[in-house]
Design a protein around this ligand. Structure first.
Ligand SMILES: C[S@@+](CC[C@H](N)C(=O)[O-])C[C@H]1O[C@@H](n2cnc3c(N)ncnc32)[C@H](O)[C@@H]1O
Length: 669
């Protein structure tokens, strides 16, 4: 496969896990379109079915025209409806009616559209109509990797259940197609989407649809990508975010870059079945060598444990164990001590895991030290374990916590092997898939792959999970009470972050703003969560605070910015946005959609609040970034409009000031 300025190269060998890749054949300057692709099939995400056209254009609707038969999907106009009907909705409509009143998950609807398109192409070919149609790319879709053999049991079960559902609906849509495709075929097609489909989003990164892009899916992942993809309608466009040289691999990011390395690793393992920290595949590699080989070179993580285990046993088993640990965000070293966090109402209490380590106890990169830094006030006696300071605070060490994903599907492997799915499981799978298809994070960047499946199902259960907060400090934990106090504030903030979506959709944005501000103040050493065991000691000991670039601070500020806009609290939103900008500059490439959109949001807020100098600076930055990431388009135009208006306001203000000065001079004369 090749195109103007690029070609797809096959895997170097059978052992080359990266598989096919896109290579540049000529230089591409920053901002240039490298390649683009139309979807073979796409399906509007469940929560947008009433507000986005389902003819295949994914256009937002002002006056939705609902299909009178299935009463589910909508179209932009009669023309779009006619086109959509002939392009596959006729058959899809029968399937949707068969499923009513339930709405099949997005992945199931996408699988139906894909198979129905291929079936129609085959029927057309059989009827001699092939010449009129574009070449059928279904073979390219089938060439995408489903990684079935590497999937976790829970993922296999979910895909098997969705496959069974898709097959039963295919029977209603097209009995002929249902004879050709088995439930297993449908399950493996859906598993392919797990690693290869993309969320079609609008300029603001709001999800509209999910599509399968056979060429777009050839672009591999890199945590330091040289392209970014955005959408023009449903067309997926990859643009260079820096100059690309001939021979260089074209890469994008599949995962949110505003994250620690171990979070990115877990997300890529979960959704794309590859490991960015795979130990060299040679048995007998010493754990120490492994630690040196990790990016950042400082921490022995699960990869090192895997290699150590491999010395005496199976390398593959050790790697799998390491990957399981990575998926659960478990550090390699056992904790030196585990303490219970104070109970928060009816919620499970949570734990603090204390670790004797200077650096994060996972394979990490140099940014992660900043993203997890904990500071102690200078002179408190708590600092000095490492270099670095912020204001009067000095580096104490690090803290990172999460609400662990719920587990429990492990016993399901037998069912998934046999596809003997009972109705109750099918129902659960559909619900999980609906959860997965809805509300996923284009807000969080969704740098690519459709974040779907078990992770979302698990993270929704994660709300009821007890937080685990890891804290590390070299030379043993001398100040457990202070660590416990900060960890309690950390855990409370994690729980709150899980509730923000619910508060916003319940119309309680003001409450979300209030609580988020309280959480940020608490993490900066303001009022603290009382710990029965640690409060007294902590107040006497060092009051630890989060570092200025801590990942939790970034996430809370992003939520505060969003909630304050929803609440119409412009001052709070502007301030949160301005505090967030340097953090985004730290985690994202210099040219990246989230960064451009945040500058644009800050520009609009400053403009609204009549602060033209701030508006102008932010609008110029937004226009510069968005004209690369979005290739101009409405988002960059809007930023340019704000810049022009702010400039005019500044000029007007300067003219008024000049005139006032002249008037004063006249009076003096
Ligand atoms: C969207 S496909 C990319 C095309 C793929 N290489 C192929 O041959 O079909 C995603 C899959 O490519 C592989 N992949 C992508 N980026 C990778 C990376 N940086 N390291 C290892 N494997 C990668 C993984 O198997 C992943 O599930």
């Amino acid at each position: 496969m090749s195109g103007p300025g690029w070609h797809v190269q096959g895997a170097a060998s059978a052992a080359d896990e990266k598989g096919r890749r896109v290579l540049a054949d000529r230089p591409f300057a920053a901002g240039a379109v490298v390649l683009s692709d139309d979807p073979y099939a796409c399906a509007v995400v469940s929560e947008q079915l009433g507000s986005v056209c389902s003819c295949g254009c994914a256009q937002p609707l002002e006056q939705p025209l609902r299909c009178s038969a299935c009463k589910l999907v909508c179209f932009a106009s009669r023309d779009h409806q006619r086109y959509g009907w002939n392009a596959g909705h006729r058959e899809e409509c029968a399937a949707l009616r068969a499923a009513a009143p339930r709405v099949p998950p997005t992945a199931v609807r996408l699988a139906l559209r894909c198979v129905l398109r291929h079936w129609a192409a085959q029927q057309g070919a059989a009827g001699g109509a092939a010449a009129a149609a574009a070449p059928d790319r279904f073979g390219e879709v089938l060439s995408l990797q489903h990684h079935w053999e590497r999937l976790q049991d829970g993922a296999k079960l979910l895909y098997a259940q969705m496959g069974a559902l898709a097959h039963s609906l295919l029977g209603a849509a097209s009995p002929g197609a249902a004879e050709k495709f088995t439930p297993r075929d449908m399950a493996q097609l859906i598993a392919r989407y797990g690693a290869n489909s993309h969320t079609v989003s609008d300029a603001e990164l709001q999800p509209l649809a999910v599509g399968t892009f056979p060429l777009g899916a050839m672009v591999n992942h890199d945590c330091r990508p040289n392209t970014v993809h955005t959408f023009s309608g449903t067309r997926m466009v990859f643009r260079a975010i820096r100059d690309i040289q001939p021979g260089e691999e074209v890469a994008t990011s599949y995962t949110e870059l505003g994250a620690t390395r171990w979070e990115r690793r877990a997300a890529l393992l979960q959704h794309h079945a590859f490991d960015i920290d795979t130990p060299p595949a040679a048995a007998g590699v010493a754990a120490g060598q492994q630690a040196e080989a990790t990016e950042g070179g400082a921490a022995a993580g699960p990869a090192a444990v895997a290699a150590a285990g491999a010395v005496g046993g199976s390398l593959q088993a050790a790697q799998q164990a390491a990957q399981q640990a990575a998926l659960q965000r478990l550090p390699a070293q056992p904790a030196a001590a585990v303490l219970s966090l104070p109970q928060a109402g009816a919620e499970p209490a949570g734990e603090l895991h204390l670790c004797d380590s200077l650096l994060p106890p996972w394979p990490h990169d140099e940014r992660d030290v900043e993203l997890t830094a904990v500071l102690a006030p200078a002179g408190s006696g708590g600092g000095g374990s490492s270099s670095g300071s912020s204001g009067s605070n000095t580096r104490w060490s690090g803290m990172w916590g999460c609400l662990p994903a719920a587990r429990g599907a492990a016993s399901a492997s037998a069912a998934s092997e046999s596809f003997g799915i009972d109705d109750e499981l099918l129902e659960t799978a559909a619900e999980h898939a609906a959860l997965a298809a809805g509300g996923t994070g284009s807000r969080a960047g969704l740098a690519g792959g459709w974040q779907q499946g078990p992770a979302q199902a698990a993270s929704s259960e994660g709300q009821r999970q007890a937080p685990i907060v890891h804290c590390w400090r070299a030379g043993g934990i001398q100040q457990a009470a202070a660590a416990l106090d900060l960890a309690a504030r950390y855990a409370a903030a994690l729980r709150l972050a899980q509730l923000v979506d619910g508060l916003l959709s319940a119309g309680s944005a003001g409450t979300a703003v209030h609580q988020l501000r309280g959480a940020l103040a608490a993490l900066d050493g303001g009022s603290r969560v009382a710990s029965s065991r640690g409060a007294a000691a902590a107040s006497a000991a060092t009051a630890l605070v989060l570092g200025p670039r801590h990942i939790l601070r970034l996430r809370l500020l992003a939520e505060l910015h969003r909630a304050a806009i929803a609440a119409g609290q412009w001052e709070v939103a502007l301030r949160a946005g301005q505090q967030l900008l340097p953090l985004y500059e730290f985690v994202y490439p210099a040219v990246w959609p989230q960064l451009g959109l945040l500058h644009a949001s800050v520009a609009k807020l400053a403009h609204l609040l009549e602060r033209p100098a701030e508006a102008l600076a932010a609008a110029k930055a937004a226009a510069r970034i968005l004209s690369v990431t979005h290739g101009g388009g409405s988002a960059a135009e809007e930023a340019r409009r704000v810049a022009a208006e702010a400039e005019a306001e500044l000029a007007h203000g300067a003219a008024l000031q000049r005139r006032a000065l002249e008037d004063v001079a006249d009076v003096d004369d």
